[in-house]
Design a protein around this ligand. Structure first.
Ligand SMILES: *Cc1c(COP(=O)(O)O)cnc(C)c1O
Length: 429
């Protein structure tokens, strides 16, 4: 028996894991998803929800509804039918706002994450004088790194000078909040935009968003968060935390499907400032005059995050996201988070008993989401392959990290037990 700081007496037996599943009514949510199967028909234990969430069973029907609408109505589908396309993205507004702790007008579902990041930096990265730098965390997801490097160059600056990076102390896998605050304190005045990931994609560390945001604001920085690994994973309060902008994708913890339409948050104190510079397109314009087309030569941004939209949205790609968001609506993020902490806590307890491997992810449940990253030097890649042969899908990151996400919507305690058991077998072989 292993006792965790949160004092769950976890047991490392299959029977105990099955009992935990039987005792938690949320275990039934799994039935709302398609679980991948092995050639022999048995279900895979899927730990890659941090990369691509599984398909909600409702997704197909919602996509077919729009295919039918298109077949039956053609262009009329924009304004007729059960869910007219003209306002289709509005169906996602309230669920999205609740998911990230925003006011409805502060969020919009559009484009993909990196596109939204560029749109946000176009508005909020306004280097002037000595305040011309962008601060990011490391390890950095390559797309974010390329986006900020190119934005810096676009403004005529040198990324070698204008890109500042926060590194964990040597031999530590995570950033200490005190170090981030000290950095902001000493260098904050040079920084135009602080752009950190809400949950770091390698370590799984969930940063202290309100404390860091407030500290950066005190130094006059604009603060954006990349929530790719945080949305649908941890409880967020973007409005109350006074975050300036945030972006996220919808295909990881949100289960919106491969390349799903992404999310964007603009705090209302900016969203209602129609004078903010931005890239414009017709969908960001006031919908009352949008279809006057050639009669309107002036762009009037819609107040709120909607004013950053460019194009009419891909309805067929929004449909599966509706299915996924409906599930978040039935349960609510705080309830999911409680189950997530228990699942991850169980995995942590079992992983602690393994003969090898070092945990990169913070031990404090409040400082992580539903991901544990294990560093297993020399063995991680082969282990990932061996686990897949046994029907356990985990993710490998160069050079030696395995990332497992026990997702509260569709993973079971039994999956966690199976994964830990298989790891133990493979590591003692
Ligand atoms: C997944 C992820 C992305 C992906 O970007 P796309 O534009 O959706 O391809 C970007 N940044 C981070 C931090 C991610 O985790």
């Amino acid at each position: 028996m292993v006792n965790l700081p949160n004092s769950h007496p976890w047991r490392n037996t299959e029977e105990f894991a099955r009992q935990l599943d039987a005792d938690d009514p949320l275990s039934r949510l799994r039935e709302d998803f398609h679980i991948p199967r092995r050639p022999d028909g048995s279900e895979v234990s899927y730990f890659c929800g941090h990369s691509l969430g599984l398909q909600p069973r409702m997704a197909r029907a919602l996509v077919e509804e729009e295919l039918d609408q298109w077949a039956a109505l053609g262009v009329e589908g924009h304004f007729a039918g059960a869910a007219p396309w003209y306002s289709y993205h509005e169906l996602l507004r309230e669920p999205t706002a609740r998911l990230v702790g925003a006011r409805p007008s502060e969020v919009v579902v559009m484009n993909s994450l990196t596109v939204n990041l560029h749109l946000m930096l176009t508005t909020f990265y306004r280097p002037h004088g000595t305040r011309c730098k962008i601060l990011i965390d490391t390890p950095t997801f390559p797309s974010d790194l390329y986006a900020v490097q190119s934005q810096i160059q676009y403004h005529g600056h040198d990324p070698g000078q204008a890109l500042l990076m926060l590194h964990p102390r040597s031999a530590e896998g995570c950033l200490r909040t005190e170090d981030i605050l000290a950095f902001l304190d000493s260098r904050g005045e040079e920084i135009a935009v602080v752009l950190l990931s809400g949950v770091n994609f390698v370590s799984g560390q969930f940063y202290d968003l309100p404390t860091i945001t407030a500290a950066a604001h005190r130094k006059g920085c604009c603060v954006g968060w990349d929530l790719a690994h945080a949305a649908g994973n941890v409880v967020l309060q973007l409005h109350d935390w006074e975050i300036d902008f945030a972006v996220w994708c919808s295909y990881k913890y949100l289960n919106g499907g491969p390349g799903a339409v992404a999310g964007c948050f603009v705090h209302e104190r900016h969203g209602h400032n129609l004078a903010l510079p931005r890239y414009a397109g017709w969908w960001g314009n006031d919908p009352a005059t949008r279809f006057r087309m050639q009669l309107e030569d002036r762009f009037i941004p819609r107040p709120g995050a909607d004013g950053w939209q460019l194009s009419n949205p891909p309805i067929l790609a929004l449909a599966p996201l509706r299915a996924a968001m409906a599930l978040f609506e039935t349960v609510g993020m705080p309830t999911l988070r409680t189950r997530s902490e228990r699942l991850t806590g169980y995995l942590e307890a079992l992983v602690e008993e393994l003969p090898a491997g070092e945990m990169l992810t913070p031990r404090d449940p409040a400082a992580r989401g539903s991901q544990l990253s294990l560093r297993i030097p020399g063995k991680a890649r082969a282990l990932t392959e061996r686990l897949a042969e046994r029907g356990i899908l985990v993710d490998f990151r160069e050079p030696d990290v395995i990332r497992l996400a026990p997702v509260p919507l569709y993973n079971r305690f039994h999956d966690v037990w199976r994964a830990a058991q298989a790891l133990r077998d493979l590591l003692t072989d």
